[in-house]
Write a protein that binds this ligand. Structure first.
Ligand SMILES: C[S@@+](CC[C@H](N)C(=O)[O-])C[C@H]1O[C@@H](n2cnc3c(N)ncnc32)[C@H](O)[C@@H]1O
Length: 217
């Protein structure tokens, strides 16, 4: 497995970490964790503050296609697909690919981009409704850390199980104490956030052999 930043073509995000840390409440976190309208399209204090398709995932999709040398008819799964933006963008480069998404959010599926809604399955990352070895690439970006530790481990085992080749996950992490503090200030929904070292230990424990990168605000 490799630690590799395949998200390096995303535009820089607008995050006021200190303000979030000072203002967020337990009630805000509870609302965010419903992964409903407020999280995606409500105020910034509950999540995205409006998550609309703007093409930001296009260069990321291209990076995945090139890095993993995906074939034109690749089978790709996005775990925590939200509104299907990345799924849609994979299809811009690989129109003959089979793309699926999975998410806990009925709101996101209902408000999915273009024709992605029917391709998004409602469910949780720790119980993937797909046979073993179904996908050439399974990606999960900023999603499985929303599960508590035991279920997060199960999600990693599931990603490993349904992939026949490549896997890539991004999770909340820190390398230094100041990064740890920024993460604590920023997070709304995560239940499992670990140091980079501890994530590597966890990956080894559950037998996750895919690639990884970190969300560090
Ligand atoms: C921060 S968003 C990331 C969405 C997308 N991957 C992206 O990077 O834009 C987290 C996503 O994880 C989903 N989610 C939360 N818990 C989940 C679970 N147990 N299984 C699958 N998806 C989950 C949420 O509904 C949300 O769409």
């Amino acid at each position: 497995m490799a630690e590799i930043n395949l998200l390096d073509r995303l535009p820089p995000a607008n995050r006021n970490v200190a303000q979030r840390g000072a203002e967020k409440t337990a009630a805000d976190r509870a609302i965010a964790r419903r992964f409903d309208r407020e999280f995606f399209d409500g105020e910034r204090r509950y999540g995205y503050g409006g998550y609309r398709y703007d093409g930001r995932w296009l260069p990321v999709a291209r990076r995945f296609v090139e890095h993993y040398r995906l074939p034109p008819d690749a089978h790709i799964l996005d775990v925590g697909a939200a509104k299907g933006f990345l799924m849609y963008d994979f299809l811009q480069f690989l129109p003959d690919a089979t793309v699926r998404g999975l998410d806990v959010s009925a709101y996101a599926k209902e408000h999915a981009h273009a024709h992605m809604g029917p391709l998004i399955d409602l469910g949780s990352a720790d119980e993937l409704p797909y046979p073993d070895n179904s996908f050439d690439l399974v990606v999960s970006i900023n999603s499985i850390h929303n599960l508590p530790l035991a279920r997060c481990k199960a999600a990693l085992r599931e990603i490993e199980r349904v992939s026949r080749a490549h896997k890539f996950v991004t999770v909340d992490a820190w390398r230094t104490e100041s990064e740890h503090q920024r993460l604590l200030d920023w997070i709304l929904t995560a239940e499992t956030y670990l140091s980079v070292e501890d994530w590597h230990r966890l990956f080894a424990e559950v037998g996750y052999t895919g690639d990884c990168w970190w969300f560090i605000p």
